[in-house]
Write a protein that binds this ligand. Structure first.
Ligand code: MTE
Ligand code: MOS
Length: 777
């Protein structure tokens, strides 16, 4: 169903097929491991086997003696600087004096074959002096042992709003307190990390599976001591990123580049699954202490939160990820009195970083669990409670950001209730659960979220994007942007935006992969920013081209430029649609008239002001919103949980492609369901034990629920055609709504994620035995 305004557009808002589908389906897409070059060497990283220790000696001699080994590199072989930290300079490219987590690379070998590289890696000898590792956030916080000389606090974000928080609780009708914990989540992109580096033009070219080619360019330049212009990064087809290929690939690319640069040969470095699981970043585990006060009228009047987040051995992106936790820990609600402390802590465990939602799914799980507890205790309707406290235009968030536009939260709450048929299902489930002969228990759970768009106050200086559009003389169009396609559908959505703006057919568009030699630094492909940032950068270039095309069309049709209308490959006379000139002919005419049809575009995210001391201000320029309802079923005998259905209502401003938007929601649901009830990364004494897909279990299609996605389109004035982002919001409400549904079915609020069958079974058994006892009495 189209609104009047939407039907004005011929490509935007339509279910256009994925422009990259065909090459992927027929196996034509070239992933980095498909690339081969003459004389190419294979690299393998050698990693620490202990979580903490001083390096006494590294001995390469046995490895170097192996036939086919071209080089063994340690910290001393680095030609530039031995540093890789993306935000803070606390991480070496190769460990030199100390290792701080099991899996930290201290050497990298290059050999003629993968097998020889593998064998050689086992022959690099290291002598350590093992140290006692810091393995929990509580131990880290006590600082009895310091992971880094400067101390264990990576970052500490504060939010202080309203009255003295203890006085505010004094005025509450009721106060609720609970501590939640949440484990790692692993990205488990199908394609593991990898790259190929080639010495070229006295510099280096790196192909790889990256989310942020410009970060890789910077890291390679630092490690090799080369100017940026001598480092060219070429994006391959990416087999999934989910945040795991944001800063992390820089570590591998810099190592491969170093080997290639010094050995003067192409070098391929692909991580196998076990090493990828061991060394690459994860979603932060957290301990989250929540205290919420509510008034008699069901309004949240006070919120106090302390979060201890396990950042692992190095800062990597913790400062950025946890900034987001500090903005979102109160959910999309109006709360007058707030005190929040979000503390990132070093441990001797794998560094944690970006993962779809950047530190928000964890705190949303805690906050939405609190709301579930409150609604159950006070007998309040979960939708009405959320609506009564919801952010809306004119209201302010916990950071006192007064919402001015594009806030469809309340509509998402209403739509989620209606589309999930919550009220009918609730009655059916109550009846089902009352029947003791049933093998299962059924439950419904709700969660609402908001999510700041783009990089916000913490990363504004990165928040730009460039584009390049070239129209060839036959009317075919080449688009270049600086953000990557990693499965989310960016190429298709951006092609739609460009096609709409240029008035060409989508089939005329040819998309190139990112090449840092062509497009200006466009920041990272993260924070669900691609549609808005690259979309606006393309609009900037397209609008310049359209002006030239309109002028040419006006000349051909002998009308004024303001009488020209462009649509789907034709430039029409607005007064007579039989009079037109084709896009192709216009391109040919401009070519012969020497009118250049090649333009750069550039876009900068709206500036925001935020005070980090008080945690008050505008952390982001606008937010996406969502509400999800989950239906679950628990097996009373085994504790196993099935998520049967999820209804997700998202406000993402203009929906550029409804089919791909639904696909993002389905993917987010799958990943969120895994996080909520299945994925259990086991780490013992600093060693990850779940180093394969047989032990780190993620949902298959059979474990995924039926997904119903609906959209609210409260347009954003700064988005291309009013769009906001969806990539991460698609996952964000899933965990909390699933856990709330399981909790409501079991009659116990689960305080740890993942909610595994063992725990559900334990809770049900305890309940049964206490019910039995009460029956006896
Ligand atoms: N969808 C697929 N299929 N593959 C991915 O790697 N990454 C997610 C999300 N959806 C991802 C995905 C993450 S973490 C982000 S930030 C956004 O996509 C990035 O894409 P966008 O900027 O186009 O929303
Ligand atoms: Mo997504 S975590 O912002 O790459």
């Amino acid at each position: 169903m189209l609104t009047k305004k939407q039907s004005l557009y011929s490509v935007v808002g339509k279910k256009v097929n994925r422009v990259d589908a065909y090459e992927k389906i027929v196996g034509g897409a070239r992933y980095v491991d498909d690339l081969a070059f003459e004389d190419m060497l294979f690299a393998k990283m050698v990693c620490s086997t202990i979580p903490s220790g001083r390096i006494k000696k590294i001995d390469k001699s046995r490895a170097l003696k192996l036939k086919g080994v071209a080089g063994v590199f340690t910290a001393e072989d680095i030609t530039g600087l031995n540093k890789i930290g993306c935000v803070v300079d606390d991480q070496p490219l190769l460990a030199k004096d100390a290792v701080r987590f099991a899996g930290e690379p201290f050497a990298v070998v290059a050999a003629e074959t993968r097998e020889i590289a593998e064998e050689a890696a086992g022959l690099v000898d290291i002598e350590y002096e093992p140290l006692e590792p810091v393995l929990t956030v509580d131990d880290s916080f006590s600082e009895k042992i310091k992971v880094h000389p400067k101390g264990n606090v990576v970052c500490h974000y504060k939010v202080r709003k309203g009255d003295n928080i203890d006085e505010a609780f004094g005025k509450s009708f009721k106060v609720y307190e609970k501590t939640f914990t949440i484990n790692y989540q692993e990205h488990l992109y199908l394609e593991t990390q990898g790259c190929v580096a080639l010495p070229e033009n006295e510099g280096i070219t790196v192909y790889g599976s990256f989310q942020c080619p410009f970060y890789v360019q910077g890291a390679v330049s630092t490690a090799l001591g080369l100017p940026l212009a001598k480092v060219r990064i070429l994006q391959c087809v990416v087999g999934g990123g989910f945040g795991g290929k944001e800063d992390v690939p820089s570590e591998y690319a810099a190592k491969a580049a170093l080997l290639a640069y010094v050995l003067k040969k192409p070098v391929k470095l692909i991580l196998d699954r076990a090493q990828d699981l061991m060394v690459s970043s994860k979603r932060h585990p957290m301990k989250m202490e929540y205290k919420v006060g509510v008034t008699k009228k069901g309004k949240i009047n006070a919120l106090k939160v302390r979060v201890l987040a396990d950042s692992g051995a190095y800062t990597t992106l913790s400062t950025v990820v946890l900034f987001r936790s500090s903005v979102h820990f109160g959910g999309p609600y109006v709360i007058p009195n707030v005190s929040g402390d979000i503390i990132g802590l070093y441990t001797n465990r794998v560094p944690c970083g970006a993962y779809r939602g950047f530190g928000t799914p964890q705190v949303i799980y805690a906050m939405e669990s609190m709301i579930n507890i409150i609604c159950n205790d006070l007998g309040l309707d979960p939708f009405e409670f959320r609506k009564a406290n919801a952010l809306k235009k004119g209201a302010a968030s916990i950071t006192s950001h007064k919402i001015k536009e594009s806030c469809g939260l309340i509509e998402t709450i209403d739509k989620a209730r209606k589309e999930s048929e919550y009220d009918r299902r609730k009655k059916e489930f109550d009846k089902w659960n009352a029947d003791k002969s049933k093998r299962t228990l059924k439950g419904l759970g709700v969660s609402s979220i908001f999510y700041g768009m783009n990089l916000g106050a913490k990363g504004w200086f990165y928040d730009k994007a460039g584009s390049h559009i070239q129209i060839c003389r036959d009317g075919s169009v080449t688009l270049c942007v600086g953000n990557v396609e990693m499965g989310q559908g960016a190429k298709t959505v951006l092609a739609q935006i460009a096609s709409e703006a240029l008035g060409c057919e989508i089939g005329a568009i040819n998309f190139t992969n990112v090449d840092t030699g062509i497009v200006p630094d466009s920041g990272p492909t993260v924070a669900s920013r691609t549609t808005v940032m690259s979309g606006n950068a393309l609009l900037d270039a397209a609008n310049k081209l359209r002006k030239k095309l309109v002028a040419a069309a006006a000349e051909s049709l002998k009308i004024k430029p303001n009488q020209v209308m462009a649509k789907l490959g034709k430039y029409y006379n607005i007064k007579d649609s039989h009079q037109f000139v084709s896009f192709k002919d216009l391109a040919g005419k401009c070519y012969l008239d020497n009118v250049g049809l090649s333009e750069m575009g550039y876009y900068v995210s709206p500036k925001v002001e935020y005070d980090l001391q008080s945690g008050q201000g505008e952390p982001y320029y606008v937010y996406s919103y969502a509400t999800a309802v989950s239906e679950v079923e628990i097996d009373k005998k085994t504790g196993e949980v099935r998520v049967n259905k999820m209804t997700c209502a998202h406000d993402i401003g203009r929906v550029i492609n409804p089919m791909l938007a639904s696909a993002q929601v389905e993917g987010g649901v799958a990943q969120g369901v895994g996080y909520a009830i299945m994925e259990n990364m086991v780490s013992e004494k600093g060693h990850i034990k779940t180093l394969g897909l047989s032990t780190y279990v993620i949902p298959t299609t059979k474990d995924c629920p039926e997904v119903k996605s609906v959209f609210v389109e409260d347009k954003s004035k700064d988005g291309p055609y009013g769009a906001k982002g969806l990539g991460e919001p698609s996952l964000m409400p899933v965990v909390a709504s699933v856990v709330n549904a399981v909790s409501n079915a079991a009659g116990h609020q689960f305080e740890h994620v993942p909610v595994l069958p063992e725990r559900v079974w334990e809770v049900l058994s305890e309940k049964n035995s206490s019910e039995d006892e009460s029956e006896v009495k």
